[in-house]
Design a protein around this ligand. Sequence first.
Ligand SMILES: [Zn+2]
Length: 139
Amino acid sequence: MVFKYNYDEMLDKAYKELPEVSKEEVRFEIPKVKGSIQGNRTIITNLQQIANDLRRDINHVFKFLLRELATTGDIKSGGTIFVGRFNSSFLNEKIEKYVKEFVMCDQCGKPDTELMKERGLTFKRCAACGAKSSVRTLK
Ligand SMILES: [Zn+2]
C-alpha cells in the first residue's frame, strides 16, 4: 500500500473537501435593541447599528417601527426616539418581524437579500438563490 499524501497533506485535503459553511448560513443572529424608556418616550440607542447589521437603511427600519408601534418619533444623534413606552422584548419582536419580512429570503431562508424598487413597487432580491419577491412599500 502506498500513501499518496503525507499526514499533513491528507489533513489539508480533508479540510478542503468539507463543504464550506459560512457563519451566516449556520445561524443568522438578529441584533437586539438597546435603549431606555424616559418618561413617555422610548429611546433605541443602537438602531443605526441594527440597520448596518441587516444592511438596510435606518430610515427604512425606522418607518417600519413607526408603523408597527402606531406612533411617531424622530431619529436623533443620541438615539432613535419613539413616543410611547415600549419594552425591549416587544421591540425585539418587531425587529424579528422586520427581518422576516424585509431581510430573509422567502425561498432559501438566507439573509443575503437587497431591497430594490421597480415602478413604485419594492422587491426583495436574494443574492444566494436569485429569488425575487415583492414586499410592502413603506411610505
Ligand atoms: Zn434565497
